[in-house]
Ligand binder design. Sequence first.
Ligand SMILES: [Zn+2]
Ligand SMILES: [Zn+2]
Length: 262
Amino acid sequence: MKLKFCSLYSGSSGNCQYIKTENATVIVDAGLSGKRIQQGIENIGEDPKKIDAIFITHEHIDHVKGAGVLSRRLDIPIYANEKTWEAMTPYIGTIKDYNIKILNGGAQIGDLFIKSFNISHDAADPVGYNIFFENKKISLVTDTGCANDSITNNIMDSDLLLIESNHDEDLVMIGPYPWPLKKRVLSEFGHMSNDMAGELISKIIKKGTEIVLLGHLSKENNFPQLAYKTVESILMENSIEVNPGVRLDMTFRDKASKVYEI
Ligand SMILES: [Zn+2]
Ligand SMILES: [Zn+2]
């Protein structure tokens, strides 16, 4: 049995990642309306009623918008660490007590083990996730302004990696954001640039074996071809072959990625 992964939506306007095995289905983040998330799942031929758990990375609205609605409508538990629960409660509304799950490092859902690790972002206690299934490992890391050693070690040896490629630094500088917001995006508690993503992938890649998906692109300060080309050229500078070689793909703000089986 394989694990299915699909990025239903990824970007500054909403995030939701879908993971399914024979006996477990989880989503990571629910940052669009409940309706759009259900539609996204149906569009890839799956059943939203089968979601066993929602895992939250941090309380920003592009990660939690539909979490409360989905939990209430489909009776799904939500997993987040304590500080994230405190911070997101005003945005997601009342959740049934038994669906409030305080995540303390990791949780087993069917045959999936989901482990959180700290990232660097301006939220209460933001995390990335590793998802372990049999001998496979998926890593999800977005919304981080830097890639410190701990993050780097946590995403090492992944079979599939979704990594933030949020912005082009020059586009941020010449773009429409007011200065405080530019400073925030570019800070170590902001978001990861295309260049940073390229450098980090180069550091952790095992030749020819991984799938790397670029995600959480900014609408104002990036575009897919630029993110892809920037990362691809950094990998090639580091003698890493891409397509064929590393499978480098995009995720999208408003539609699902390919469905990957690992
Ligand atoms: Zn975000
Ligand atoms: Zn965020």
